[in-house]
Design a protein around this ligand. Structure first.
Ligand code: PHE
Length: 339
């Protein structure tokens, strides 16, 4: 029985000394927990003389209740003390930075597309859109690429139906034909968008990528106009004048067709971007083939034009120093958060 009194005194002292909830929990466990002091007292009962067992048992249970009441009372004091301190502004630091909210950001392709749209609009171009699931007619036929033309193989087409009438567009050039059908010449248009090719992917090839088609139709358009426009375009993109060179390139919908290379904007002696050649292959282009003008309902005797196919994905990679095209559409937040 003396042990009971001593234990109660000790417990009350410790409870009163607790300054926070964690300490209080600790004290509670030490006295009334499964292996606590009260449990130890109860465990001695069977070894006591029979006439003492009842009193000690009752005493131990009363002890337990008293300790629990003291713990509950102290817990109440502690929490109202915390509230009071918070109310007075203690323990609350208004100068701490707020938790950062996660926000989204524009995709690098969107950033570059918008920039180019602004650039082209400032030069009098209209921005057009076209379907990604396209009729074979627009993707190939009207672009002078007949049923058996080998260019269909090189473009690794995804066909969407048994008859091969619907395809995932393999380039943005079908928008040229749609533009000619809708607009009266003279006109200038650009059409950015997604294109698809059935391709084995690697660091420089993806099955889905972005292009930006451009087309200008007017009177007496020449290769000189084409080169001038391309140089303006490159200055807009890279912020400086770049030398360009034309190599012959074959595309059935342009004649003559070219591959336009620009002097590497990043080096003068050769670097990893230009493959140590100081030239980068940037955009295929050419004068619109008369058959294509005709397919778009425009008289090639009266009008002529040029067209170009800017590799948007390529340009985004150059702009941001991205070394693998698969990062662009891979959906990895660690990549996307950087923009
Ligand atoms: N559409 C062609 C391609 O994707 C590129 C191109 C566009 C070539 C316009 C010439 C003129 O390969």
């Amino acid at each position: 029985m003396e042990n009971l009194d001593a234990t109660l005194e000790e417990a009350l002292g410790k409870v009163a000394a607790c300054e926070d909830e964690a300490a209080l929990k600790e004290v509670e466990r030490a006295f009334v927990g499964k292996k606590g002091a009260v449990a130890a007292i109860l465990a001695t009962i069977p070894s006591l003389p029979p006439d003492e067992r009842k009193d000690v048992g009752r005493g131990a249970n009363e002890l337990k209740q008293k300790i629990l009441q003291a713990v509950a009372a102290r817990a109440g004091e502690l929490s109202s003390a915390t509230l009071e301190a918070e109310r007075k502004g203690e323990g609350f630091d208004p100068t701490l930075p707020p938790a950062r909210l996660a926000t989204g950001s524009l995709h690098p392709i969107t950033l570059v597309t918008r920039e180019l749209e602004d650039l082209f609009e400032s030069m009098g171009y209209t921005v057009l859109d076209g379907p990604e699931v396209e009729l074979d007619h627009y993707n190939f036929e009207a672009l002078n690429i007949g049923r058996d033309h080998p260019a269909r193989d090189s473009q690794d087409t995804f066909y969407c139906d048994e008859e091969g009438r619907l395809v995932l567009r393999t380039h943005t050039s079908p928008v040229q034909v749609r533009a000619m059908e809708r607009l009266d010449p003279p006109f200038r248009v650009v059409a950015p968008g997604k294109v698809f090719r059935q391709e084995t992917t690697d660091a420089s090839h993806d099955h889905t990528f972005h292009q930006m088609e451009g087309m200008v139709v007017g009177k007496d358009i020449s290769v000189g106009n084409l080169i001038g426009a391309m140089k303006t375009l490159l200055r807009g993109i890279f912020g400086k004048d770049l030398d360009v060179r034309l190599r012959p390139g074959h595309f059935p919908f342009v004649e003559p067709g070219f591959e336009l290379d620009a002097r590497c904007p990043f080096c003068s002696e050769g670097c990893s971007v230009c493959g140590r050649t100081t030239w980068i292959e940037l955009l295929p282009c050419g004068l619109v083939h008369p058959n294509v003008l005709r397919a778009g309902g425009i008289d090639p005797e009266e009008w002529s034009g040029f067209a170009f196919g800017l590799g948007l994905s390529r340009l985004v990679m150059l702009r941001y120093g991205i070394d693998d095209v698969r990062h662009l559409l891979g959906g990895d937040l660690r990549f996307l958060e950087q923009f």
